[in-house]
Design a protein around this ligand. Structure first.
Ligand code: ADP
Ligand code: MG
Length: 234
C-alpha cells in the first residue's frame, strides 16, 4: 500500500524582493515526504534551504505552485489557517531560542500550554517526562544560561516534540555544537521520532550526521537535485 505523503510540493517557485529587485530563489521544487521519514536536506549556504523550510513550516506564504501539508493546500490560505497549521509542527533552529528567564521545564511546559487545554499538573509531568527522554532529568530546574550548548539544544528538542507533532522541521540544529553533542542531539531526535512516528526534515551542513537519514536530498542554487524528488518507499 502506498503511504500518504505528509508533505507534497509541486512546481513551487519563490521570490524575494519587488519590481526590479525581484529575484527568484526557489525553482520548480517537487518533493514528497512520507510519514515517519527522516529526510536530510544538504546544500551550499544561500542555496534556498531555509526558504524552503520556512514555506513548508507555514512561516511564509506560498507565492507560486502547490504545497500540501497533511493533504491541505497551503497556497492561498489565510494567516489564521497558517497559524493553526503551525501548531502541528515542531521547530528546532540553529540557535535554540529558549527563553532565558524560564527554566528548562518551564520552556517545555510553555509549548504544552500553548497547545492544549490540560491541567498544570499534567503539563508539568508531560514536560518533565520529555526532558527525561532527552537525558535532562537532573537538569529540569536549570536556567538555559547554566547549561551547555548541547543541553540547550536537547531542551529545544523536548519542546519541539512534547506535543507529538506529525512533523518536525530542524534548521542546522547541530551547527553550534561540538561533534559529540551534535551526534547526541540528532540521535535523540531520531529515536524519539521513530518512537512517535514523527516525520523529520532536517537541514544540515554537517556530514557527520547524514547516516541518520532515511533519504538525503540536495539543494543547489534553488533547485532540488533530480534524484531527490521521488522517494523509494519499501
Ligand atoms: P540557505 O538556508 O540555503 O543558506 P536561504 O534560503 O537562507 O539559503 O537563502 C537563499 C537566498 O535568498 C540567499 O541568496 C539569501 O541571501 C536570500 N534571502 C534569504 N532570505 C531573504 C529575505 N528575507 N529577503 C531577501 N533575500 C533573502
Ligand atoms: Mg539556512
Amino acid at each position: 500500500m502506498k503511504k500518504e505523503p505528509v508533505i507534497t510540493i509541486k512546481n513551487l517557485n519563490h521570490y524575494y524582493g519587488k519590481g526590479a529587485l525581484k529575484r527568484q530563489i526557489l525553482f520548480d521544487i517537487n518533493l514528497d515526504i512520507y510519514a515517519g521519514e527522516i529526510v536530510i536536506m544538504t546544500g551550499p549556504s544561500g542555496s534556498g534551504k531555509t526558504t524552503l523550510l520556512s514555506l513548508i513550516g507555514g512561516l511564509r506564504s506560498v507565492q507560486e505552485g502547490s504545497l500540501k501539508f497533511l493533504g491541505e493546500e497551503l497556497f492561498g490560505v489565510s494567516q489564521n489557517k497558517l497559524v493553526q497549521m503551525r501548531r502541528k509542527i515542531g521547530y528546532i533552529f540553529q540557535a535554540h531560542n529558549l527563553l532565558g528567564f524560564l527554566t528548562a521545564r518551564q520552556n517545555v511546559q510553555m509549548a504544552v500550554e500553548l497547545n492544549e487545554n490540560i491541567s498544570q499538573t499534567e503539563a508539568v509531568s508531560k514536560s518533565e517526562g520529555m526532558l527525561g527522554a532527552v537525558g535532562l532529568k537532573e537538569r529540569i530546574n536549570y536556567y538555559p544560561d547554566n547549561l551547555s550548548g548541547g543541553q540547550k539544544q536537547r531542551i529545544a528538542i523536548a519542546r519541539a516534540l512534547v506535543n507529538h507533532p506529525p512533523l518536525v522541521l530542524a534548521d542546522e540544529p547541530t551547527a553550534a555544537l561540538d561533534k559529540q553533542s551534535g551526534r547526541d542531539v540528532v540521535e535523540i531526535m531520531q529515536s524519539l521520532a521513530k518512537e512517535q512516528g514523527t516525520t523529520i526534515l532536517l537541514v544540515t551542513h554537517d556530514n557527520r550526521i547524514l547516516d541518520i537519514a532515511d533519504r538525503i536530498i540536495e539543494m543547489e542554487d534553488g533547485l532540488l537535485a533530480r534524484n531527490s524528488q521521488s522517494a523509494v518507499i519499501s
